[in-house]
Design a protein around this ligand. Structure first.
Ligand SMILES: Nc1ncnc2c1ncn2[C@@H]1O[C@H](COP(=O)(O)OP(=O)(O)O)[C@@H](O)[C@H]1O
Ligand SMILES: [Mg+2]
Length: 312
């Protein structure tokens, strides 16, 4: 069963996309995992970090982007001919088992969504508007991915900053989420706000099992120089607030090679594997797998508990 993992932080520019594409590439290249990157951000940074703009433009002309799958969910009777398998691009950056579901600069129309859900609630009497909305939000991204989840080991969702419908839908459809953050005071507040919002999402979408929608860990994207020294104090505050299991030990340094890799549409772990940034992402991908193994074991232990209690 493939795991869906969302990379989230309501703040922009904290390193979500960079983490998504480097982690995904490293998991496919170094660990032979089957990985799909899904670009949920209309900035299409993940898409353009992995394929050249001409290739994206062609996919867009052919209507082979995520936008068309979302449109099919909003207008189920639409005549779009492509399924998710037709839209996914395989063999990204010539890496076997690294796939991309390209994003788009237009992903959905809020008015159309509201109109459709209002019709379902009021005209078709499917329930209270809030309930209908929550049900749609819960199913939208997970429903699009459902046919291909088992084709992959990991599906990593690159979420947009802010808290729009697709970000919320991506989060509620995920098994785990990763939280990249810069160790700055406002970024720390961002972590707390996000945690609060996720708690509310759990409540409104009836996700009560602690085994669903779990924080896999906070990844610190460091800042260099003098400012870096000050930020150590800020990081201490996070260490006080979260358990060690909720933090990644490996941290990502600032490295110009990581930023420059975007020019060649190839993540740093491939373009400059020996750079300090790429090495940090490679180690982080090992820690990522270890963390999942530990949580898998916890999950197993929990299942055993359930089974034993059934014997009483
Ligand atoms: N470790 C790093 N070293 C150097 N530049 C980085 C690093 N991580 C991210 N960046 C740069 O910071 C900017 C914001 O990163 P990005 O991943 O796009 O953030 P987000 O997706 O959260 O908006 C980009 O220009 C990216 O190239
Ligand atoms: Mg981004």
């Amino acid at each position: 069963m493939g795991l869906v993992i969302a990379t989230v932080n309501m703040k922009g520019g904290v390193g979500k996309t960079t983490l998504t594409v480097n982690l995904a590439t490293s998991l496919a290249k170094n660990h032979q995992k089957r990985v799909l990157v899904v670009d949920l951000d209309t900035q299409i940074s993940a898409t353009l970090s992995l394929i050249p703009p001409q290739e994206f433009a062609k996919a867009r002309r052919e209507r082979r982007t995520l936008s068309h799958l979302i449109y099919q969910s909003i207008r189920p009777k639409s005549q779009s001919k492509y399924s998710i398998r037709d839209i996914i691009k395989p063999y990204i950056c010539s890496v076997k088992q690294l796939d991309l579901l390209p994003g788009d600069i237009d992903l959905y129309d809020e008015y159309l969504v509201s109109e459709m859900l209002h019709k379902q609630a009021v005209v078709e009497g499917k329930g209270d508007f809030n309930e209908v909305w929550n049900q749609f939000e819960k199913q939208l991204i997970r429903g699009i991915l459902e046919p291909i989840i088992d084709d992959y080991d990991f599906i990593i969702l690159d979420c947009a900053p802010g808290y729009n419908l697709l970000t919320r839908s991506g989060i509620v459809g995920s098994d785990f989420y990763l939280l990249p953050a810069r160790p700055e005071p406002l970024s720390i507040i961002g972590i707390q706000l996000l945690e609060r919002r996720i708690a509310k999402l759990r409540e409104s979408h009836g996700i009560d099992s602690p085994l669903n929608l779990r924080l896999l860990g906070i990844v610190f994207i460091l800042s260099g120089g003098l400012i870096g020294r000050y930020y150590k104090q800020v990081m201490q505050r996070v260490t006080d607030d979260f358990s060690p299991a909720q933090l990644f030990k490996n941290r990502i340094p600032m490295d110009v090679n990581v930023a420059k890799a975007v020019d060649s549409f190839t993540p740093a772990v491939l373009a400059t594997p020996n750079s300090s940034g790429a090495r940090a992402f490679t180690k982080l991908s090992e820690e990522f797998l270890q963390k999942l193994e530990v949580s898998g074991n916890l999950y197993q232990a929990d299942q055993n508990k359930v089974n034993l209690s059934n014997l009483d």
